[in-house]
Write a protein that binds this ligand. Structure first.
Ligand code: GDD
Ligand code: MG
Length: 341
């Protein structure tokens, strides 16, 4: 089966990290997240993917010169200007000439959803499109879906006001599409699949949805990006195998960690340096980050080549951008972002 991976968003909620790295190229325990997304699709027999790009496309093309990611053959559909989600699907589907049922995924979603079950359900109901659903506590940040007993979608409401969500089942960002749906997407302007295409299919009664309780996470915020990493370290995703997690921590072989440092549920990536008596808890250090002695870093992301001066206390939840220098003995907590434009 073929697939379209939407990876053209600007990742605004993960700035400043996403000024230079698109969200799906940020590492999950040392490996770009896009590789996990595609490896998971490959495990269900997906052979081909069109990466639907617009923002920093060269970061993908340069990283994968052989055009294989996570065992899936990839081609690229680079939008001249952002087309929004449905516009992007149309553009990618016509670029790759998709003419059979295909999968669409939001590239920032990490999940162990059962794609075979979704496909069987889609065929059984002769749906035009089928959405995977996942239950969440606060649906207001997502596309909220109500279905009848046979799984036909009765309503799709994108990001409803808090407390007005009609259900706690949300759009998991994984869809099956018939090629015929694509022909109805206006090619002349940006179109949102969530705000236009799905509501239109609901009116026609041809949109179906199936809930799945498997692991699911949208990695689009600092909190959820950290959680994705910590979940892997804690073994909360049995389907994902990451080599080298020891005592709930992962360090790249090139990293230097002082033996007196205490590292818990944390990632220490390539060429990082962690000084004496440092405490790291639920932290992600991106390649080349330096944390000098006696710092305490909790639930925070330290960007590439950033330097945290000795004795500083950071988090939760600080995001330090690439090459930033934090002065020694700094105290930062709350939703702090350092660096960027
Ligand atoms: N190619 C392309 N072009 N991709 C885009 C564009 C665009 O113009 N706009 C967004 N994307 C990509 C993003 O890179 C991301 O992978 C995906 O589309 C979804 O965009 P987000 O910005 O992450 O949306 P969201 O997380 O607020 O909401 C979406 O995902 C939720 C599940 O995680 C919606 O689909 C919700 O309905 C859904 O519940
Ligand atoms: Mg998202």
């Amino acid at each position: 089966m073929k697939s379209i991976i939407l990876v053209g968003g600007k990742g605004t909620r993960l700035r400043p990290l996403t000024y230079e790295t698109p969200k799906q190229m940020l590492p999950l325990v040392g490996v770009p997240m896009i590789e996990s997304v595609l490896a998971s699709l490959a495990s269900y027999g997906v052979t081909d993917a069109v990466l639907s790009l617009g923002y920093l496309p060269e970061r993908f093309t340069a990283a994968y010169p052989t055009n294989v990611i996570g065992g899936v053959r990839v081609t690229y559909a680079v939008e001249p200007a952002p087309l929004d989600t449905a516009g992007a699907i149309r553009f990618a589907a016509s670029t790759a000439r998709l003419d059979e049922t295909f999968v669409v995924v939001n590239g920032d979603v990490l999940s162990d959803l059962d794609l075979s079950k979704l496909l069987a359900f889609h065929r059984e109901h002769r749906a035009q499109a089928t959405i995977a659903l996942t239950p969440v506590e606060d649906p207001s940040r997502y596309g909220v879906v109500t279905v009848n007993e046979e799984g036909r979608v009765l309503a799709f409401v994108e990001k409803p006001p808090k407390d007005e969500a009609p259900s706690n089942l949300i759009n998991a960002g994984v869809y099956l599409f018939e090629p015929s749906v694509v022909a109805h997407i206006d090619p002349t302007r940006p179109v949102s699949v969530e705000r236009e295409t799905f509501p239109e299919l609901v009116r026609q009664g041809t949109l179906f949805a199936l809930a799945d309780e498997a692991y699911w996470l949208d990695t689009g915020t600092p909190q959820t990006y950290l959680r994705a990493n910590v979940d892997v370290l804690r073994g909360a995703r049995p389907a994902s195998h990451f080599a080298g997690v020891v005592d709930g921590a992962w360090r790249h072989p090139s990293a230097t960690i002082d033996p007196t440092a205490k590292v818990t549920n944390s990632v220490v990536d390539q060429n990082c340096v962690v000084g004496a008596l440092v405490v790291l808890e639920d932290a992600v250090l991106l390649p080349g980050a330096v944390v000098q002695s006696e710092c305490v870093i909790r639930s925070s992301i330290i960007g590439p080549e950033a330097v945290i001066g000795s004795g500083s206390v950071l988090g939760p939840t600080c995001v330090v951008g690439a090459n930033e220098h934090v002065a020694p003995a700094s105290q930062l907590s709350g939703d702090v972002r350092l660096g960027g434009v």
